[in-house]
Design a protein around this ligand. Structure first.
Ligand SMILES: O=C(O)[C@H](O)[C@@H](O)[C@H](O)[C@H](O)COP(=O)(O)O
Length: 256
């Protein structure tokens, strides 16, 4: 069963996400001495800042030097561009670690020089990024949920079916993303299915109707529903009360 953890307050939600991440970190360190985690862009990054940097209890337990951080999807723009997921994560978290003189994680970015060469290099960017992925399954993949039910840069609809149907490649690319910017890379469903744990974070009243589609109507055309179905038992959703208002879902707090 997919667990849904609901919080009325955003700080409480962030603390809970942070506690969960530390728990997964500790399991990974015990089993293989490092923590391989993939993160998404969008509002998740603000939650990560709150959870892993601002929250004193959680941040004191994060062993950053043992983290290997990848991006579950990345926008194909220069790393300093305001749309770059790496850039947002750097501004929100990495710079703060530098300021505090914390030994930081290893962070795997796209090859920026290929991005500058333009769309013709998208496939190469994806292939190179795939070659950086860990040999073993991810310990944790952290996801967001778009208002159309996309996650990573796996979008619903005919035009993007090829992304969902990919069975061999671990990283795919697209040049017509419905959410700007248009050119992106994304990990694929087999990578999500292999991951030891998967967690979504979704906040705000703007998510109610898509969460209704995902959880109540179980719309199997939606990437988020597919991830839930393929990863049943190891998937958690951290939501705030506004995002699930009136949906009648069975929710409970996360506990270790
Ligand atoms: O790079 C991206 O755009 C993301 O990885 C994307 O999949 C995001 O997680 C969702 O669109 C949810 O975004 P919000 O949490 O901001 O709604």
């Amino acid at each position: 069963m997919v667990s849904i953890h609901e919080y009325s307050n955003s700080n409480e939600l962030a603390t809970s996400v942070g506690t969960f991440i530390v728990e997964e970190q500790n399991k990974a360190l015990k089993s293989h001495g490092k923590f391989n985690v993939a993160i998404s862009g969008g509002s998740l990054i603000k939650v990560l800042r709150e959870a892993l940097v601002n929250d004193a209890t959680v941040s004191s337990q994060v062993e950053w030097s043992k983290w290997h951080i990848y991006f579950s999807d990345e926008r194909l723009v220069p790393l300093e561009h305001e749309d770059s997921n790496y850039g947002s994560f750097k501004d929100a978290v990495l710079e703060e670690l530098t300021r505090k003189q914390v030994i930081g994680p290893v962070v795997y970015t796209i090859n920026e020089s290929l991005v500058q060469e333009g769309k013709s290099e998208n496939e190469k960017v994806a292939k190179e990024y795939e070659s950086l992925l860990p040999d073993e399954p991810f310990d944790l993949i952290l996801l967001g949920c778009g208002p159309d039910g996309h996650t990573c840069s796996l979008f619903p609809g005919e035009a993007h079916k090829y992304l969902l149907e990919e069975k061999t490649r671990q990283v795919m690319w697209c040049h017509d993303s419905p959410k700007p910017p248009s050119d992106r890379i994304t990990i694929t469903l087999p990578v999500l299915s292999a991951s030891k744990a998967v967690a979504f974070v979704a906040e705000g009243s703007g998510k109610v109707s898509i969460l209704d589609e995902i959880f109540n109507k179980q719309n199997q055309e939606l990437p988020c529903t597919i991830v839930n179905s393929e990863n049943d038992g190891k998937t958690r959703w951290f939501v705030n009360s506004d995002a699930v208002k009136g949906l009648g879902l069975k929710t409970g707090k996360y506990s270790t």
